[in-house]
Design a protein around this ligand. Sequence first.
Ligand SMILES: [Zn+2]
Length: 277
Amino acid sequence: MPELPEVEVTKLGIAPYLEGKTLTEVIVHDGRLRWPVPEHLQKTLRNQICHSIQRRGKYLLFQFDTGVMLIHLGMTGVLRIQKKQEESKKYNRIEFHFGETALRMHDPRKFGSVLWHSEEQGPVENFPLFKKLGVEPFESEFAGANGAQLLYERSRGRTISVKQYLLAGEVVVGVGNIYCSETLFEAKINPKTPAGKISKVRYARIATAVQLILKKAIKAGGSSLKDFVHSDGEPGHFMVLTKVYDRSGLPCKECHTPIKQITQGQRSTYYCPACQK
Ligand SMILES: [Zn+2]
């Protein structure tokens, strides 16, 4: 499943080809995605300029003249820049032409989505699906002491584990399952600790670790930027070298204690019982 770093790198990969360009055509091969692709989209978008591409959580926001198109990659979605005349392959669900350039969305399992938020609906921050999203890990709300303060405040009285608290994405977005195990190892916090029992000082370590781990993943993905253009390759996860994730029974890279795997909320968590207290 594409996580925040993959979506961020997708944005960096496609933006230079589309920003400032006029959309000439939308071709819907199969609009039965997680939600149906709006039928008016072809008509609405034609001849509009794509002014910018931003990211919010795992959504890509394409700012057009009269609104914002939102794309979510779901479980298996991939966006590719290709030449219009290049043959469109199986499972390409929708494509957007900007003159000779085509942006194609490939999505075998169809959990992705393409949505429209018109100017009349107000600022895109009001978009219903954004209401429950936490802050962005690299924006000012999470910078410096703000991140620790936010994680601390919102967790008071909460008995769920810190792993599930972070994974829910309601305070800060982007800490997907892999990144969550890695973050808590980096911060040396046991993933089973109740969220409400963690001090502000320890949340400061978590906030720093969230940014560090996500930055590392985005940086690792930077080397794959060229894959977004004229390529059929499937992108993988960027976290090539994990310290705990998927390393059950292997020695901790810092203390050699075997890494433990547990299940929390039906998702696997990996941690070092010696390093993470
Ligand atoms: Zn260890």
